[in-house]
Design a protein around this ligand. Structure first.
Ligand code: ADP
Ligand code: MG
Length: 288
């Protein structure tokens, strides 16, 4: 069973959630707290050569990014490790300290055990929502689609790593913490972070919002569009805003963050994610 099918089946067998937001968004919202979790497994998310510092930074990024995608701020984390005997614990401790300081999160607990087969690391993050909680489901026909920064670089570096390269800088892509907070105060119509790839993640917005998304390949910044739609674990934000608010949003981001975001398409009625006449909603990364 594929990852997305598994999650759908799992969720459909559960009682109706009591929480404000349950399974299906970047984070859950319960009792006014945003919550998300991510796991990294050796051989699946990282190779055995990858430095602990990079692996742990990437673990924090994935979690903090999910809170940013909801328009919130990450505050506290719980850590989980299954450590193989050869692992350098001192290096792990340092890596954790560094990542926690970088993202300004407090480590409030976790669990540690041993592993007979490879290193596993997991994080649970708790965050504070902004003035608006941003969901995947609010995009409306007519909205403008934005990408926070160019995507494609993670795929390029991952391919090099899979060919035996020793450049692990794609683990150091940063979560869009400042932009997430800004969008959470501004209130955009939908938002997601790019973890599976632009095609698939736009697909999650399209499916949750019951809309069609059109990506204009000429507007994709920096990388070839057919590569950009596939590249996962980028942690850029993808978001939509009603056309009447688009200029105000662009100006606000420029004023507050001193940088642009990229208009890459629009929302229509219908379904799927199209670049030209090609449906790209199933293109991307899936840990099957
Ligand atoms: P993201 O890429 O934003 O981390 P995922 O694709 O991992 O999101 O997960 C999609 C949704 O499914 C999220 O709401 C997540 O909390 C939920 N989910 C994923 N795996 C599980 C699981 N094993 N049990 C319960 N919920 C899960
Ligand atoms: Mg996410």
């Amino acid at each position: 069973m594929k990852e997305f099918e598994f999650i759908k089946r799992l969720a459909s067998g559960l009682d109706k959630p009591l929480s404000e937001i349950g399974i299906g968004d970047d984070a859950a919202l319960s009792g006014g707290v945003l919550m998300a979790k991510d796991i990294m497994a050796e051989g699946v998310h990282f190779s055995s050569d990858a430095p602990l510092r990079n692996i742990i930074f990437r673990l924090f990024t994935a979690n903090v990014s999910d809170i940013a995608a909801m328009g919130g701020r990450a505050k506290r984390v719980l850590l989980g490790f299954a450590k193989p005997s050869g692992l350098n614990s001192e290096e792990l401790i340092q890596a954790v300290g560094r990542a926690a300081v970088f993202y300004g999160v407090e480590i409030v607990g976790g669990d540690t055990t041993s592993s007979k087969n490879g290193f596993f690391a997991s994080l649970t993050v708790l965050g504070e929502p902004g003035g608006h909680v941003l969901r995947r489901s609010g995009a409306k026909a007519g909205d403008v689609l934005y990408l926070s920064r160019p995507v494609g670089g993670a795929l390029e570096l991952l391919e090099k790593e899979l060919r035996g390269g020793k450049d692990f800088s794609h683990y150091l892509f940063e979560a869009e913490t400042k932009l997430g907070s800004f969008l959470g105060e501004f209130g955009v119509s939908s938002c997601i972070d790019i973890s599976d790839g632009l095609g698939r993640d736009a697909g999650h917005i399209a499916e949750s919002s019951n809309v069609r998304i059109m990506i204009d390949h000429e507007l994709i910044p920096m990388y070839p569009p057919e590569r950009a739609v596939q590249s996962g674990e980028e942690f850029a934000l993808l978001f939509t805003v009603p056309p009447g608010k688009a200029e105000e949003l662009e100006r606000g981001i420029h004023r507050s963050l001193g940088r642009p975001v990229h208009r890459i398409g629009k929302v229509l009625s219908g379904e799927g994610v199209y670049m030209g006449d090609k449906n790209v909603s199933l293109i991307g990364w899936e840990h099957s």
